[in-house]
Design a protein around this ligand. Structure first.
Ligand code: COA
Ligand code: AMP
Length: 635
């Protein structure tokens, strides 16, 4: 079948399309219909079906006689540990952990925060929650205590499951002070914590609150899978919004199961039993969808890799894992390939490994520059597929669905919209652009397909305001881009203040809030400047209050430390300059866009509304001090 037939098939009968896809899921009670639009423009899918996510991801494979198949391969080049967990073992472990959670009082609908590194127990914790119908919220380990506290206060978890530490190359990340600090800071207190003790840095457990991962499971009754409604949230995942307050993206159970399962064959072209590897982190949506849920729901083997593309121990780590574990399909972010290319431009490491099983590389998480895509293709000799999606959707909005048809690749484009997504490009007035190739806001006509967020966690108004109000009838992706004459989508930038640093989504607004909280700072601006490795890097400009006695160097050092302490190391905030003034329009709006263009040495025009053009020369000078805007002012 051709892609166009499948896409048209969906367009002609969207509900029929998804009801058919839903047949691949084991329901306790089948849904009576696909779309529930009574609350439009808030939509739900498969609401009245009864189903359990963990059953579909684990138990059904055991019942089908595939209990011996490897579910999870753990490979940790940092510790040297490797492990294989079969579906049958996974079922035993997850049922036991779920039993312990239940014994401690966790019930269907309760929230559980998971704060864990890349160990298989992170997946077990997610699955144990979904087994009970408890709603998990995984928090990325590179976030600081403050970010964890904000999520605790929003999700109000009954329990937190954490590890004693995470491992970064050359550094053990002690989770316990972060966990304790977050619980201290938060207004809401969890009833209890479960701590996985890791030998690299065991934690001292807090009496009366913390339980050891293994001890809490002693003699518990294994828990069965609890059926929930199709519209019951399986998880809430917080992602950057335009302020420091992250948005709690709700993932509904039924749509999540149906859509993810559909993607495994149709987009990634894998069959049950194939080894599928997403080199990301469980703290991000890629980790939720493609390290944990989709491969398991579809009966694949997934890999939990506790390492990096370079430095663990070298730029051959990915090829070693692909060869050793016979990976068919890999998924990662372009930044990982830029890092590998920098260390091994000729691909010498690639040739040291037998990649005979490897079929396709998928990239997502940030714009994929054509150079990186072509380099990866040349080195690996397999198709390299860029695809575009976001936390809000949980799966690809645009992709090259090689399980349906391998469409011609246009480097720089994530190819064509997937069934379920009716993508349009709108101008400022909300009109569709009249010519292919015209840049505008990328939107999707409502309703969004299954798995996409029906709302934000306990914040319907914020959901409407952030995504639905700008262009009624459409979902605002937040991305700007265009569609070419062949219908190929090109995603170029964001229309808000979100930046993408090494595939990690961060809010410059959130960083500005942190800088503004420093007593010496009068005003500030943070922008994302282009970076050849990480795609973008945050850069801060601060104006100091008069009368500040500390040296500028001292303040800058404190600001870097403050962002690391309050947001986390993952913000990678290291570039900051003290300036006398910030460039603004006459109405007082900071000209961040112009500053960014100067930093990136991109073409720019003097904004007609600028208050004082000479400030831009001062900004360019500060940028040159940081190694940017080298061409500014040169003839
Ligand atoms: N826990 C604690 N700290 C973490 C962390 C975690 N889970 N993940 C990252 N950090 C820290 C890093 O140690 C680093 O700290 P440092 O400032 O002390 O060096 C900082 O956060 C920035 O991390 P990162 O952006 O990952 O940069 P890096 O220089 O360590 O590595 C790459 C660069 C390209 C190798 C790395 O970003 C990478 O592997 N990217 C793959 C992309 C990816 O997985 N994206 C997810 C979405 S698909
Ligand atoms: P996240 O929610 O962290 O997955 O980030 C989603 C955002 O990353 C999108 O809105 C885009 O801005 C960007 N993004 C993800 N994938 C791509 C891609 N393939 N091409 C361009 N941008 C992408």
């Amino acid at each position: 079948m051709a892609y166009s037939d499948v896409y048209e098939g969906w367009k002609n009968d969207p509900e029929g399309f998804w009801m058919k896809a839903a047949e691949a899921i084991d329901w306790v009670e089948k849904p009576t219909k696909a779309l529930f639009d009574e609350n439009a423009p808030l939509y739900e899918w498969f609401s009245d079906g009864m189903v359990n996510t963990c059953y579909n991801a684990v138990d059904r494979h055991v019942e089908a006689g595939n209990g011996d198949r490897v579910a999870i391969i753990y490979d940790s080049p940092i510790t040297g540990r490797k492990d294989k967990i079969s579906y049958a073992e996974l079922q035993t472990r997850v049922a036991s952990l779920a039993g312990a959670l239940r014994q401690q009082g966790v019930e269907t609908g309760d929230r559980v925060i998971i704060y864990m590194p890349m160990v298989p127990q992170a997946l077990e914790a997610m699955l144990a929650c979904s087994r009970l119908g408890a709603i998990h919220s995984v928090v990325f380990g590179g976030f600081a205590a403050n970010e964890l506290a904000v999520r605790i206060d929003d999700a109000k978890p009954k329990a937190i499951i954490a590890a004693s530490c995470g491992l970064e190359p050359g550094r053990v990340v002690d989770y316990k002070p972060l966990l304790d600090g977050a619980i201290d800071q938060a207004r809401h207190k969890p009833d209890f914590c479960i701590i996985l003790q890791r030998e690299e840095m065991p934690a001292e457990l807090t009496q009366g609150r913390d339980h050891d991962w293994y001890e809490v499971q002693n003699d518990v009754e294994p828990a069965e899978c609890v059926p929930v409604r199709g519209d019951h949230p399986v998880y809430v995942l917080y992602t950057s919004g335009t302020t420091g307050a992250p948005k709690g993206v709700v993932r509904p159970t039924g749509g999540h199961l149906v859509a993810l399962n559909w993607t495994m064959k149709n987009i990634y072209n894998v069959d049950p039993g194939d080894v599928f590897w997403a080199a990301s982190d469980v703290g991000w949506v890629v980790g939720h969808s493609y390290i944990c849920y989709a491969p398991l729901i579809h009966g694949n083997t997934t890999i939990v890799f506790e390492g990096k593309p370079i430095g663990t121990p070298d730029a051959g780590a990915f090829w070693r894992v692909i060869a050793e574990h016979k990976v068919s399909v890999m998924f990662t972010a372009p930044t990982a390939f830029r890092a590998i290319r920098k260390e091994d431009p000729e691909g010498e490491h690639v040739r040291r490994h037998d990649l005979a099983h490897f079929r396709t590389l998928f990239l997502a998480g940030e714009r994929c520059d054509p150079d990186t895509l072509l380099w990866a293709e040349a080195q690996l000799g397999v198709p390299v597929i860029d695809h575009w999606w976001q936390t809000e959707t949980g799966w690809a909005i645009a992709a090259n669905p090689i399980g349906i048809e391998h469409l011609p690749v246009k480097p720089g484009s994530p190819t064509l919209p997937m069934p379920g997504y009716d993508i349009r490009i709108l101008d400022e007035e909300g009109q569709e652009v009249d010519r292919p190739g015209t840049i505008g806001a990328v939107v999707a006509k409502l309703p969004l397909p299954p798995s996409c967020l029906p709302t934000l966690w306990q914040a319907d108004d914020r959901f409407r305001q952030a995504y639905l109000s700008r262009y009624p009838g459409y979902y605002l992706t937040g991305d700007a881009g265009y569609v070419d004459e062949d219908g190929y989508v090109f995603i170029m930038s964001r229309i808000d203040d979100i930046i993408n640093v090494a595939g990690h989504r961060l809010s410059t607004g959130g960083m500005e809030e942190v800088l503004a909280g420093h007593p010496a700072v009068a005003e500030c601006a943070v922008l994302g400047v282009a970076d050849t490795l990480k795609g973008e890097l945050p850069m801060g400009f601060v104006v100091l209050k008069s009368g500040v006695t500390k040296s500028e160097a001292e303040v800058m050092k404190e600001l870097v430390a403050k962002v690391r302490d309050e947001i986390g190391p993952v913000a990678a905030f290291k570039l900051v300059a003290v300036v006398k003034r910030l460039p603004k329009t006459r109405s007082g709006k900071i000209l961040r866009g112009t500053m960014k263009k100067i930093a990136d040495d991109a073409a720019w025009n003097m904004p007609a509304t600028i208050d004082d053009p000479t400030i831009l020369d001062e900004i360019a000078e500060a940028l040159r001090g940081l190694g940017y805007a080298r061409k500014h002012g040169s003839a």
